[in-house]
Design a protein around this ligand. Sequence first.
Ligand code: FAD
Ligand code: SIN
Length: 547
Amino acid sequence: MNIETDFLIIGSGIAGLSLALKLAEHGQVIIITKKERAESNTNYAQGGIAAVFAPNDSFAIHIDDTLKAGAGLCDIAAVELLVKEGPARVNELVKWGTHFSKKKDEAQPIFDLGREGGHSRNRIVHARDLTGREVEQSLLAALKSHPNISVYEQHFAIDLITEHHLYLNRGSNPGSIHCWGAYVLNIPTNTVHTVLAQTTILATGGCGQVYLHTTNPKIATGDGIAMAYRAGAQIANLEFMQFHPTTLYHPEADSFLISEAVRGFGAVLKTQDGKPFMEQYHSMGSLAPRDVVAKAIDTELKKYGHDYVYLDATSLDATQVKHRFPNIYKNCLCYNIDITKQPIPVVPAAHYMCGGVVSDLRGRTDIQNLYTCGEVSCTGVHGANRLASNSLLEAVVFSHQIYVDITDSRSNREQATFPPVPAWNAEGTFNQEEWILIEHDKMEIQRLMWDYVGIVRSNLRLQRALRRVELIYREVENFYKKTTITEGLLELRNIVLLAKLIIKSAQYRKESRGLHFTTDYPNVDDKNWKHDTVLTNLNNKLTFVEK
Ligand code: FAD
Ligand code: SIN
C-alpha cells in the first residue's frame, strides 16, 4: 500500500510529538511508532528538564556547566541556542498542558527547581520523579483529536527511501541524496507500506538496548541511526555512550533508574562499608558530572570486588523524600528496600547516546528533506558527555528549530515530485521461524558490548568485541536477505550495526575524553582529538570523515 503525506515523523517521544503539534499547522502529519504511542524513553524520564528560571541563575552559567560536562567537544553555538531557548520551550510544554511541580510557599507559584550532577544551580523543572510520563501524556492529549495528525501505532520504519533503495546513483557529494519517506512494516498484518513524504523527520530516540544493562526500554534499538547510516547520512560521536551512575542493583529490577535528582536532594554515594568516596574523585562530590561518577563507581567496584555501591538517602527527611520521589520510593519498596531507612544498592547502566545523526542548528541532516531531532541526533550540544536533564530540553529546542526552518523555507520550496518507488520486495525470503537465533544473537551482542565496550575500554577489548560483532553482523545480513522480516529481526539488524559503529568509533578515537575512557590512551589529547568522530557509509564502506 502507498501512503502520501506532507510530513512523516518517525517516533512518538517528546521530539516527535512536540514537532507534530507545530507542523500540523502547515500540512498533513503522519506519526509512525513501533509500539503503542506512549512507549518511548521520554515516558520513563525522571529527573526533569534543565532551564534557567532561578533568580540566581543565568544563561551564562547554564552554558558554562554544559560546556564543562561536554569535555571540550560541545558546539558553542548549539549550546547557546539550547540554553537561551530553554525557558520558552518549557513554557510551551506548560501551554500544552504539562503540569510541572511548583513551589508551594511562593505568592506567585513558580517551578520547584531541582538539582542534578554537573549543575552549579538549581534548574531542573520536574513533575516529581515522573517528569517524562507527565510530558508524554500531555503531548498525546494535546494532539489526540487534531484533524491534521494521524498516529500509526505498531508500525516499524524499516528503511528510509532514498536513491540507495531505488538503485539510482546517488553521487558522492554531500547533499546529493534525497529522502522521499520510508518503508514501514505494519506489525499486526505483517505487510510493508511505502510511505511517501515531502519531509521526513527521524525522532526515533536512543540505543541503550545495544548493552546488556540499560535504563532504556525495549524500543531503544538505534533504528534511526541505523537507517540514516544505511542511507548515507553522516553519523557522529558514537563512542560517547553515557552510563548513568545509579540504577537499582537487584536481579529483578531491570536496571530501574534512581534519578540523579536523589543525589541533588542530598543523598550520598558510599562504599559497602558506609564510606563516602566521591570527594576523592571530584570537588562536586556525589554531584559531579555523570562520566566522572560512573567511572568512580566502576573503580570502587573493581577495587573491592563488589557488585554494587550504596546511594544513601537515609539521613534526609523521610516525608520529603516520599513526596519528592514517590515512584522511586514505591518501586524500591517492591524489592523490600525502604529508601528512607536503608541505603539503595546501585550500579551504572547504559543510559544515553550522546552521538547520532549529524544535524545543523535547524535539525537538517546532509540528506535532502530529512531532518532529525531528539536523542537520535547529534546537534553538538552534548559533546563528549551530556549534562543531566539537557536531553528533554534538546528535544524540544531542536524540534522547534525544524519547525522554524520548514516555516521559513516554505514559500521558496517546490513540492517534491516522487520518483517511481518500487513496492517492498520480499521475493526469495522465507518465514524461517528462527526466533531463537535472533534472541541468541541479540544477547551475545548486548553481553559483549557490556563486557568490552563499557565504561573502561582498551585496544584489546575493542578488537575482541569487533571480531565477534563483525561475524554476527555478516550472519545477520545474510539471514535478513533470506528471511521474511519481523520486528525482532529488524531490531537485531539495527542493534548489530550500532554495535559495530560504536566499536569502530571507539577504536578511532586515540585518547580518553568525557565518556570514552581507554587504558591504552588514558589522557585527553587536545592537539589531535579535539573534534567529533564523524563517519558515513560511502558506497557500502564505513568511512571516517577527516576533521
Ligand atoms: P524517545 O522518547 O525514545 O522516542 C522514540 C520514539 O521512536 C518511540 O516512540 C519509539 O517507539 C519510536 N521508534 C524507534 N524506532 C522506531 C522505528 N524503527 N519505527 C517506528 N518507531 C520507532 N533526559 C532528560 O533530559 N531528563 C531526564 O530526567 C531524563 N531521565 C531519563 C530517565 C530514563 C529512565 C531514560 C531511559 C532516559 C532519561 N532521559 C532524561 C533521556 C530522555 O528521556 C531521552 O533522551 C528523550 O526522552 C528522548 O526523546 P526522543 O523523543 O528523542 O525519543
Ligand atoms: C535522572 O533522572 O537521573 C536522569 C536525568 C537525565 O538523564 O538527564
